[in-house]
Design a binder for this molecule. Structure first.
Ligand SMILES: C[S@@+](CC[C@H](N)C(=O)[O-])C[C@H]1O[C@@H](n2cnc3c(N)ncnc32)[C@H](O)[C@@H]1O
Length: 207
Protein backbone atom coordinates (compact mmCIF):
# COMPACT_ATOMS: atom_id res chain seq x y z
CA UNK A 1 0.00 0.00 0.00
CA UNK A 2 1.37 3.45 -0.89
CA UNK A 3 1.95 5.94 1.92
CA UNK A 4 -0.75 8.14 0.39
CA UNK A 5 -3.35 5.34 0.72
CA UNK A 6 -2.15 4.39 4.20
CA UNK A 7 -2.27 7.99 5.45
CA UNK A 8 -5.66 8.68 3.84
CA UNK A 9 -7.16 5.55 5.41
CA UNK A 10 -5.72 6.53 8.79
CA UNK A 11 -7.33 9.97 8.43
CA UNK A 12 -10.63 8.27 7.59
CA UNK A 13 -10.44 5.81 10.50
CA UNK A 14 -7.33 5.97 12.70
CA UNK A 15 -6.17 2.65 14.09
CA UNK A 16 -3.27 0.99 15.90
CA UNK A 17 -0.24 2.76 17.31
CA UNK A 18 -0.03 5.09 14.27
CA UNK A 19 -3.65 6.13 14.79
CA UNK A 20 -3.35 6.62 18.54
CA UNK A 21 -0.12 8.61 18.42
CA UNK A 22 0.49 10.15 14.99
CA UNK A 23 -3.07 10.75 13.79
CA UNK A 24 -4.26 11.94 17.21
CA UNK A 25 -1.52 14.59 17.19
CA UNK A 26 -2.22 15.56 13.59
CA UNK A 27 -5.92 16.00 14.44
CA UNK A 28 -5.22 17.94 17.64
CA UNK A 29 -2.68 20.30 16.05
CA UNK A 30 -3.63 20.35 12.36
CA UNK A 31 -7.37 20.67 12.95
CA UNK A 32 -7.13 23.09 15.88
CA UNK A 33 -7.91 26.26 13.91
CA UNK A 34 -11.00 24.81 12.20
CA UNK A 35 -12.29 23.40 15.48
CA UNK A 36 -11.80 26.80 17.12
CA UNK A 37 -13.77 28.37 14.25
CA UNK A 38 -16.61 25.90 14.78
CA UNK A 39 -16.53 26.33 18.54
CA UNK A 40 -17.02 30.10 18.08
CA UNK A 41 -19.78 29.61 15.49
CA UNK A 42 -21.62 27.08 17.66
CA UNK A 43 -22.14 29.73 20.38
CA UNK A 44 -23.05 26.98 22.83
CA UNK A 45 -25.83 27.81 25.25
CA UNK A 46 -26.18 26.44 28.75
CA UNK A 47 -28.90 23.90 27.92
CA UNK A 48 -27.92 22.94 24.35
CA UNK A 49 -28.00 19.30 23.25
CA UNK A 50 -25.21 18.86 20.71
CA UNK A 51 -23.93 15.97 18.58
CA UNK A 52 -20.33 15.96 17.26
CA UNK A 53 -20.12 13.53 14.33
CA UNK A 54 -16.62 12.11 13.83
CA UNK A 55 -15.47 13.66 17.10
CA UNK A 56 -11.89 12.34 16.79
CA UNK A 57 -9.92 12.98 19.99
CA UNK A 58 -12.85 14.82 21.59
CA UNK A 59 -11.16 18.20 21.77
CA UNK A 60 -14.14 20.15 20.47
CA UNK A 61 -16.37 18.39 23.01
CA UNK A 62 -13.88 19.42 25.72
CA UNK A 63 -14.28 23.05 24.65
CA UNK A 64 -18.09 22.92 24.35
CA UNK A 65 -18.60 21.26 27.68
CA UNK A 66 -17.18 24.22 29.59
CA UNK A 67 -20.16 26.26 28.43
CA UNK A 68 -23.00 23.99 29.50
CA UNK A 69 -24.31 22.93 32.87
CA UNK A 70 -27.81 21.77 31.98
CA UNK A 71 -27.13 20.62 28.42
CA UNK A 72 -25.73 17.44 26.95
CA UNK A 73 -22.97 16.73 24.44
CA UNK A 74 -22.67 13.49 22.52
CA UNK A 75 -19.77 12.49 20.29
CA UNK A 76 -19.68 9.64 17.81
CA UNK A 77 -16.69 8.12 16.07
CA UNK A 78 -16.11 4.73 14.51
CA UNK A 79 -12.41 4.61 15.40
CA UNK A 80 -11.77 2.70 18.62
CA UNK A 81 -8.47 4.60 19.07
CA UNK A 82 -10.20 7.99 18.82
CA UNK A 83 -13.07 7.02 21.09
CA UNK A 84 -10.72 5.90 23.86
CA UNK A 85 -8.75 9.18 23.67
CA UNK A 86 -11.96 11.24 23.55
CA UNK A 87 -13.37 9.38 26.56
CA UNK A 88 -10.18 9.96 28.57
CA UNK A 89 -10.22 13.66 27.67
CA UNK A 90 -13.82 14.07 28.86
CA UNK A 91 -13.92 11.51 31.66
CA UNK A 92 -15.18 13.91 34.37
CA UNK A 93 -18.15 15.08 32.30
CA UNK A 94 -18.88 11.52 31.15
CA UNK A 95 -19.11 10.45 34.79
CA UNK A 96 -21.40 13.41 35.48
CA UNK A 97 -23.68 12.34 32.58
CA UNK A 98 -23.12 15.59 30.64
CA UNK A 99 -21.06 13.91 27.90
CA UNK A 100 -21.44 10.59 26.11
CA UNK A 101 -19.03 9.27 23.49
CA UNK A 102 -20.33 6.47 21.31
CA UNK A 103 -18.19 4.14 19.21
CA UNK A 104 -19.89 3.36 15.93
CA UNK A 105 -20.62 4.32 12.35
CA UNK A 106 -22.91 7.35 12.39
CA UNK A 107 -24.81 6.12 9.34
CA UNK A 108 -25.73 2.82 11.06
CA UNK A 109 -26.56 4.04 14.57
CA UNK A 110 -30.11 4.72 15.76
CA UNK A 111 -31.01 8.12 17.14
CA UNK A 112 -34.20 9.56 18.46
CA UNK A 113 -35.74 11.99 15.96
CA UNK A 114 -35.58 15.71 16.80
CA UNK A 115 -33.35 15.19 19.83
CA UNK A 116 -30.48 17.66 19.25
CA UNK A 117 -30.40 21.47 19.06
CA UNK A 118 -27.09 21.50 17.19
CA UNK A 119 -24.92 19.04 15.28
CA UNK A 120 -21.38 19.59 14.08
CA UNK A 121 -18.93 17.65 11.97
CA UNK A 122 -15.39 18.86 11.39
CA UNK A 123 -13.20 17.46 8.63
CA UNK A 124 -15.33 14.36 8.14
CA UNK A 125 -17.53 15.10 5.11
CA UNK A 126 -14.72 13.88 2.83
CA UNK A 127 -15.34 10.34 4.09
CA UNK A 128 -19.15 10.18 3.89
CA UNK A 129 -19.88 7.27 1.52
CA UNK A 130 -23.47 8.40 0.87
CA UNK A 131 -23.50 12.14 1.61
CA UNK A 132 -27.22 12.70 1.04
CA UNK A 133 -28.19 9.86 3.38
CA UNK A 134 -25.87 11.19 6.09
CA UNK A 135 -27.08 14.78 5.69
CA UNK A 136 -30.75 13.67 5.77
CA UNK A 137 -30.08 11.63 8.89
CA UNK A 138 -28.53 14.67 10.59
CA UNK A 139 -31.59 16.69 9.62
CA UNK A 140 -33.90 14.05 11.11
CA UNK A 141 -32.21 14.06 14.51
CA UNK A 142 -32.15 17.87 14.78
CA UNK A 143 -35.06 19.65 16.42
CA UNK A 144 -37.07 21.96 14.10
CA UNK A 145 -34.93 25.09 13.70
CA UNK A 146 -31.86 23.12 14.82
CA UNK A 147 -28.48 23.96 13.33
CA UNK A 148 -25.81 21.96 11.55
CA UNK A 149 -22.20 23.21 11.51
CA UNK A 150 -20.32 21.45 8.73
CA UNK A 151 -16.65 22.40 8.57
CA UNK A 152 -14.01 21.43 6.03
CA UNK A 153 -10.84 22.59 4.34
CA UNK A 154 -10.85 24.37 1.05
CA UNK A 155 -10.86 21.96 -1.87
CA UNK A 156 -7.93 23.61 -3.68
CA UNK A 157 -5.51 23.14 -0.80
CA UNK A 158 -6.63 19.54 -0.24
CA UNK A 159 -5.98 18.84 -3.92
CA UNK A 160 -2.35 19.89 -3.44
CA UNK A 161 -1.80 17.20 -0.79
CA UNK A 162 -0.88 13.65 -1.58
CA UNK A 163 -4.27 12.20 -0.57
CA UNK A 164 -5.94 9.14 -2.00
CA UNK A 165 -8.99 10.16 -4.00
CA UNK A 166 -10.69 6.80 -3.42
CA UNK A 167 -10.73 7.64 0.29
CA UNK A 168 -11.10 11.43 0.27
CA UNK A 169 -13.97 13.12 -1.56
CA UNK A 170 -13.35 16.84 -2.03
CA UNK A 171 -16.13 19.43 -1.87
CA UNK A 172 -16.55 22.95 -3.14
CA UNK A 173 -18.68 25.28 -1.03
CA UNK A 174 -21.35 25.17 -3.73
CA UNK A 175 -21.44 21.37 -3.63
CA UNK A 176 -21.91 21.36 0.14
CA UNK A 177 -24.64 24.01 -0.05
CA UNK A 178 -26.43 22.02 -2.73
CA UNK A 179 -26.15 18.80 -0.70
CA UNK A 180 -27.64 20.49 2.37
CA UNK A 181 -30.53 22.11 0.48
CA UNK A 182 -31.35 18.73 -1.09
CA UNK A 183 -31.26 17.12 2.36
CA UNK A 184 -33.85 19.30 4.03
CA UNK A 185 -31.82 22.25 5.29
CA UNK A 186 -32.38 25.93 4.59
CA UNK A 187 -31.00 29.35 5.64
CA UNK A 188 -27.44 28.47 4.89
CA UNK A 189 -24.71 30.79 6.21
CA UNK A 190 -21.04 30.43 5.35
CA UNK A 191 -18.05 31.40 7.45
CA UNK A 192 -14.73 31.26 5.60
CA UNK A 193 -11.41 32.14 7.20
CA UNK A 194 -7.79 32.02 6.15
CA UNK A 195 -4.81 31.28 8.36
CA UNK A 196 -1.24 31.22 7.01
CA UNK A 197 -2.59 30.96 3.44
CA UNK A 198 -4.82 27.99 4.37
CA UNK A 199 -8.53 28.42 3.80
CA UNK A 200 -11.24 26.87 5.97
CA UNK A 201 -15.03 26.85 5.69
CA UNK A 202 -17.90 26.30 8.09
CA UNK A 203 -21.35 25.99 6.54
CA UNK A 204 -24.16 26.63 9.00
CA UNK A 205 -27.48 25.18 7.92
CA UNK A 206 -30.87 25.43 9.61
CA UNK A 207 -33.40 22.59 9.64
C1 LIG B 1 -10.11 13.74 9.94
S1 LIG B 1 -10.81 13.14 11.43
C2 LIG B 1 -11.49 14.60 12.17
C3 LIG B 1 -11.64 14.44 13.67
C4 LIG B 1 -12.14 15.69 14.40
N1 LIG B 1 -13.46 16.06 14.00
C5 LIG B 1 -11.18 16.84 14.19
O1 LIG B 1 -11.57 17.85 13.60
O2 LIG B 1 -10.03 16.73 14.64
C6 LIG B 1 -12.24 12.26 10.89
C7 LIG B 1 -12.86 11.47 12.02
O3 LIG B 1 -14.14 11.03 11.63
C8 LIG B 1 -14.31 9.67 12.01
N2 LIG B 1 -15.31 9.12 11.08
C9 LIG B 1 -15.24 9.08 9.73
N3 LIG B 1 -16.36 8.53 9.22
C10 LIG B 1 -17.15 8.20 10.27
C11 LIG B 1 -18.43 7.58 10.40
N4 LIG B 1 -19.12 7.18 9.32
N5 LIG B 1 -18.96 7.42 11.64
C12 LIG B 1 -18.26 7.80 12.73
N6 LIG B 1 -17.04 8.39 12.68
C13 LIG B 1 -16.48 8.58 11.46
C14 LIG B 1 -12.91 9.07 11.93
O4 LIG B 1 -12.75 7.92 12.72
C15 LIG B 1 -12.04 10.24 12.40
O5 LIG B 1 -11.82 10.21 13.80
Amino acid sequence: MSFSSFFSKQAQKPSGLFGRIVMANIFDIGNAYLNEMVNDALAIENNDHVLDIGCGTGKLIRKMVNKISEGYIEGVDFSHSMVSIARKKNIKQINEGIVKIVEGDFDSLSYQNESFDKACSVNTIYFWPKPEITAKKISSILKPGGLLFLAFEDMQQLQQRNLNHDVFRFYTLEKVEDLLYRSGFRAIEIISKTKRKLKFHCVIAKK
